[in-house]
Design a protein around this ligand. Structure first.
Ligand code: PEP
Ligand code: MG
Length: 578
């Protein structure tokens, strides 16, 4: 709750004029200088925020785009061929790139248009000799209200003075949202027309957890908001104090909580928030945004770093799960009618043995540096596991011949994220050491709802009777074989599901580090036997509505503090302006 600080997007007037042949080199030199100044400005900001997860990476991406020789070459070509000034050429080239990005199907890439816009603004401000906007005059407590905020601008916000952020553009994967999350500032994005509806100094309440923004709230709303804010802060403090405690229910049942990460430098934060080990290290990020896949040496460095950082805790590294919506430019994919059912996961690795073997070699060579467990994605049958194991054996023999060490007792697991893997789980588990349920995909394949299609998002839910029965079947198969089951999809990190997963008998939950304290608190205050009874009851309910109502009711009764805000709102909906 704070006073609005409205960021007016001052329009940059971009001059357009003809230049003579003799001026071309001068304009290109201006362009070069403005790129250098822009890079230096972003690097300065980045040095100040290196401790903030994600922020550094986003700013580095902007620097990489600015430093890309192609940008300089393409803008220079426009200057030379069109005989126009540098400002005009920059604006035109970046508009062209934005149009290309806008046409992409992948929502993540579409969102990256914002980066181009911010880069264009910075380059233009520098070419025009304008100082970049600064935020040091903001008085606490302020709510920054803007059409959009660049990553560099968001990184400059002082979290002691800025208590909330509201932007007109953006979605949950946009940089403003990711960075606000890293900074711990409540934010609501995608609120149409807010800039025109608010004046500097107006009182604003930002409810980050429900996506509501209250403008000029009345006394009752203020009181409600301040009571909620106090409760939230108290709960965060309590949860962090308890983060280190073991995740054991009141009746002594132990469940392990691990983290989903993609970089080794995320391990300290994972520990701080009470995670003991890595339950899912996605390796795709190593392969994306580049012109060729990483070689063995580069992968070895990354795998070693995460294994060493997590020691003595285990690290589950998943082999490459490219394809579907995760496409790399070097991956010359054919147009697929149904990419989610196409060349992805383990089938891609088995179809491109040299890619797979390189990854397996790097993994095996890293294995003496910690407790590595290898996980195979999107498995649909036993033969895929056997083929992957055969590949692993070949790589082992190669390393032996070369005299390179590897851990002899490496555990192998299968991701259960297809209905086939669920149905075959009793057979699959005999081939491996553990199972890990990827609910993000398991939900989409079980109930035939595309996980990234906003038009059917209302149907996408973990609390579908078919999904609960599927998880139960997997746990039953694994336990009969004496193996453990982890759930590593987003379902694990949403506290509303904690009692359900406990009751279904899941042994480990792996989630975004941010989610760990809240889930752990719920589980430590729960009783395994009553959770089992709840799960047994849920397995008999016929509809999503029955399951959802029952779960929400139980959670609100058992944990009124944690779930009060959910009353009347079933999870995150569109941003709301009250
Ligand atoms: C899943 O499908 O639940 C999962 C963890 O994998 P990803 O989200 O990377 O597909
Ligand atoms: Mg998956």
């Amino acid at each position: 709750m704070g006073a609005a600080y409205v960021v007016q997007r001052e329009g940059l007037i971009v001059p357009e004029y003809e230049i003579r042949g003799a001026q071309v080199d001068f304009e290109i030199e201006r362009l070069r200088a403005s790129i250098e100044v822009s890079v230096a400005q972003i690097e300065r900001i980045e040095r100040g925020v290196r401790h903030v997860e994600m922020v550094g990476a986003i700013l580095q991406t902007q620097v990489a785009i600015l430093r890309d020789q192609m940008l300089l070459d393409d803008v220079s070509r426009r200057i030379r061929e069109e005989r126009k000034n540098a400002e005009w050429a920059v604006r035109d080239e970046l508009r062209h790139l934005e149009r290309l990005f806008a046409a992409m199907e992948d929502p993540y890439i579409r969102e990256r248009r914002a980066d181009l816009d911010f880069i264009a603004r910075r380059l233009l401000s520098n070419l025009l000799g304008r100082a970049p906007r600064r935020f040091d005059e903001i008085a606490a407590p302020a709510v920054v209200v803007a059409h959009d905020l660049s990553p560099a601008e968001t990184a400059q916000l002082d979290r002691d003075r800025v208590v909330g952020i509201v932007t007109e553009t953006g979605a949950r994967t946009s940089h403003a949202a990711i960075m606000a999350n890293s900074l711990g500032i409540p934010a609501v994005v995608g609120v149409a027309s807010i800039v025109a509806s608010v004046r500097d100094g107006d009182a604003v309440v930002v409810e980050g957890s429900t996506g509501r923004v209250h403008l000029r709230p009345d006394e009752a709303t203020r009181r409600m908001a301040s009571a909620r804010a106090h409760r939230y802060a108290r709960r965060e403090r309590e949860m962090l104090r308890a983060a280190d405690l073991p995740c054991e229910t009141r009746d002594g049942h132990r469940i392990e909580i691990l983290g989903n990460i993609e970089r080794s430098d995320e391990v300290p934060r994972l520990r701080e928030r009470g995670g003991r080990g890595v339950g899912l290290f996605r390796t795709e990020f190593l392969y994306l945004n580049r012109s060729a896949p990483p070689d063995e040496a580069e992968q070895l460095r990354h795998y070693r770093a995460v294994l060493r950082a997590a020691r003595p805790d285990p690290v589950v590294i998943r082999t490459l799960d490219l394809g579907g919506d995760k496409l790399a430019s070097w991956l010359h994919v054919r147009d697929e009618m149904n990419p989610a059912l196409g060349m992805r996961g383990i089938r891609r690795s088995l179809a491109d043995r040299s890619l797979f073997r390189t990854q397996l070699r790097a993994l095996l060579r890293a294995s003496p540096d910690g407790r590595l467990r290898i996980l195979l994605p999107l498995v649909t049958g036993v033969s895929e596991v056997r083929e992957a194991r055969a590949c692993l054996d070949e790589v082992r023999s190669e390393l032996e011949l070369e005299g390179r060490p590897y851990a002899p007792d490496l555990e192998i697991g299968v991701m259960v994220e297809t209905p086939a893997a669920v149905t075959l789980s009793d057979i699959l588990v005999r081939e491996v050491d553990f199972l890990s349920v990827g609910t993000n995909d398991l939900i989409q394949y079980t109930i035939a709802v595309d996980r990234s299609n906003e038009h059917v998002a209302y149907l996408y839910t973990a609390l579908h009777p078919a999904v609960l029965r599927a998880i139960w079947k997997v746990v039953d198969s694994a336990h009969r074989a004496g193996a453990a089951v982890c759930v590593c999809g987003e379902m694990a990190g949403d506290p509303i599901n904690s009692l359900v997963l406990l009751g279904l008998g899941v042994d480990e939950l792996s989630m975004n580090p941010h989610a760990i304290p809240a889930v752990k608190q719920i589980l430590r205050a729960s009783n395994f036997e009553s959770a089992r009874a709840l799960a047994a009851e849920l397995r008999q309910l016929p509809t999503v509505a029955d399951v959802t109502d029952r779960v929400h009711k139980v959670m609100q009764q058992r944990f009124p503090e944690a779930f009060a805000a959910r009353a009347g709102s079933q999870g995150p909906g569109p941003a709301d302006l009250c």
